[in-house]
Design a protein around this ligand. Structure first.
Ligand SMILES: [Zn+2]
Length: 414
């Protein structure tokens, strides 16, 4: 089930300008069970467009959330050391900066397996997780994190308010870009926030996507690609103030946004808005050569892998996440080139990558099997993965990164 939008997801203006088409691809998180290998998979067009009125970069297609977030949604945040330590540091900082205590309430939207909320709970701060995915929500509850299994929107916010709940902190990490009803979601945050509260929202930054050609972060689950300019307009529409912006390297470049019911933006907000205007992120011209650069990465990656293969090399890949599925399906890399994909997430092992149908194995297989090269699909966790794969590297293995330019990584020993 999918729909094609005719107006901007944020401001509702028509006449969206197309900037990139990745063709038809299967759903990037829909790993294939061995029992279903003989059945066809649905695939959907994947097209990116720009709204000249509010500067939002967005997908033209919306696959329904019921189709996307099935019962066996395989993403568990706790499988990444980088995410777990990022979460702990952020929680400790918010507890101090916002003066949170036993009287406070921290609500997290898309709370996954509770990997972030457990750091607040450990300090005695009451928490509530909200997540529609059954597996991760159950894992959170088993870990003692109260979790509502639901999609967050205006109506759910109204229900929580009716129960007398107001949040000093609302957390929304890597979910805003996934929400079909962007305005309903932001309005709900505004309703749930206490007068002195703050929403801390993390989302990938469109400037990093474009400048570093991170086209594999584009997939059906990921509907919007935000600039500070577009976000500032979105929050203002709901009477909220974007009060602070931080930029950090997670997931190829992400924004952390502090949003409050009142007050004034600080210098960071003014600086980002000025820089974006200077670089033209609010005009379609900035996005014009992106499609040609994506095409070039495809061409160069096929040439590099083809050369390695012709020399008799065996090649595997690391990272059975959505961006890996996007890359393999768009570039057209399957079992003719790669033997298998490895991933630490045990829920993914034994299943197959969507579309290209490559088997997913335990990363221990890299050392046992010692392929000559490993294509690093999860390049956003490169440091973590290279540190874990010292045995593979010492035995002569090499990693290949696909973006911003396909390349064989120099060996490094931390
Ligand atoms: Zn718009």
């Amino acid at each position: 089930m999918h729909q094609v939008i005719s107006a901007c997801r944020s401001c509702g203006t028509g006449g969206l300008r197309p900037i990139l088409s990745l063709g038809e691809t299967p759903l990037a998180d829909a790993l294939v069970d061995p029992a279903r290998l003989d059945q066809p998979e649905a695939s959907y067009p994947l097209e990116v467009a720009f709204c000249a009125a509010c500067s939002l970069v967005q997908l033209k297609q919306t696959v329904s959330p019921e189709t996307l977030f099935t019962q066996d949604y395989p993403y568990y945040s706790s499988f990444s050391d980088t995410l777990v330590s990022h979460a702990r540091r952020n929680a400790e900082r918010l507890i101090t900066d916002e003066g949170l205590d036993q009287q406070s309430l921290v609500v997290e939207l898309a709370s996954n397996d509770g990997y972030l909320l457990r750091h607040f709970a450990a300090q005695g701060v009451p928490v509530l997780g909200i997540d529609p995915a059954e597996g991760p929500a159950r894992a959170a509850q088993e870990a003692g994190i109260p979790t509502l299994r639901a999609f967050f929107d205006r109506e759910l916010a109204a229900c929580l308010l009716a129960e007398g709940k107001r949040a000093e902190v609302v957390l929304a990490n890597n979910v805003l870009a996934h929400v079909p009803d962007l305005n309903g979601f932001v309005a709900g945050i505004g309703m749930l926030l206490a007068g002195s509260g703050v929403a801390v929202i993390e989302a990938p930054y469109v400037r990093d996507l474009i400048d570093r050609c991170e086209f594999d972060t584009i997939y059906h689950e990921h509907l919007c690609y935000f600039s500070v300019t577009a976000l500032n307009r979105l929050f203002a529409r709901h009477g909220l103030v974007l009060s602070r912006v931080e930029h950090y390297p997670l997931h190829g470049g992400s924004l952390r946004l502090f949003v409050r019911p009142g007050g004034e933006p600080d210098d960071t907000v003014r600086r980002y808005l000025a820089e974006e205007a200077e670089h033209g992120l609010d005009e379609v011209g900035y996005y014009r050569d992106f499609a040609a650069r994506v095409e070039q990465v495809k061409h160069d990656l096929l040439a590099l892998l083809g050369k390695l293969k012709a020399s008799g090399a065996r090649i595997a890949a690391y990272g059975a996440a959505a961006k890996g599925a996007t890359l393999l399906n768009y570039v057209g890399i399957g079992s003719e080139t790669l033997d298998y994909v490895v991933d630490r997430n045990v829920h993914k092992q034994g299943r197959f990558m969507p579309g290209v149908r490559l088997p997913i194995a335990d990363p221990a297989r890299l050392v046992a099997d010692q392929p000559d090269y490993v294509l690093l699909l999860a390049w956003n966790f490169a440091d973590e993965i290279l540190a874990q794969q010292q045995a593979y590297l010492r035995a002569g293995g090499r990693f290949v990164v696909p973006v911003p330019e396909p390349a064989v990584l120099e060996r490094s020993y931390p």
